[in-house]
Design a protein around this ligand. Structure first.
Ligand code: ZN
Length: 155
């Protein structure tokens, strides 16, 4: 089974947002069923204004502060979770309470550098996974997360 699927149709559409005319972010939030409040708009602009990336809530909070967007960490968390639920972001859970939010919602896999705490995309077009289990009756495989964990050589 080759898991690389063509990017979601929606993603191509969404890419356009990243080159954003100001009104497009509001439009995208509305299309995803989210009211474009000032805070959501400000955070969306920071998140989606710089191409594909992986951010933690702490990263985004830091960037928001630097951009003089005054929001609490809790608000950043809530907003990230709302964006994820609306399909604008994909959450990549690393362990326990550590998550990254990926602005690229298409099907792809990740390297995680444990020491550096850095998550980045595996650059291959195709990653083949063999021997997938059959989904139990009444269910289907929704998606498969692959995180290849890295450490420095020699440790
Ligand atoms: Zn990614």
């Amino acid at each position: 089974m080759i898991l690389h699927k063509p990017p979601l149709k929606d993603y191509t559409e969404f890419k356009m947002l990243k080159m954003n005319a100001p009104g497009m972010i509001a439009e995208k939030l509305r299309a995803a069923g989210l009211r474009p409040t000032r805070q959501r708009l400000a955070l969306a602009k920071i998140l989606f204004g710089n191409g594909d990336r992986h951010v933690s809530a702490e990263d985004l909070h830091r960037e928001a502060c630097a951009a003089k967007v005054l929001v609490s960490v809790a608000t950043v968390y809530n907003t990230l979770n709302q964006f994820t639920a609306a399909g604008l972001l994909r959450e990549v859970a690393i362990e326990g309470d550590r998550s990254f939010f990926d602005t690229n919602t298409s099907n792809h896999f990740h390297f995680y550098h444990e020491k550096e705490g850095r998550l980045f995309d595996i650059g291959t077009d195709n990653l083949e996974i063999k021997g997938l289990p059959t989904a139990p009756e009444g269910t289907e495989i929704d998606r498969i997360d692959v995180i290849v964990r890295l450490k420095k050589r020699g440790n």
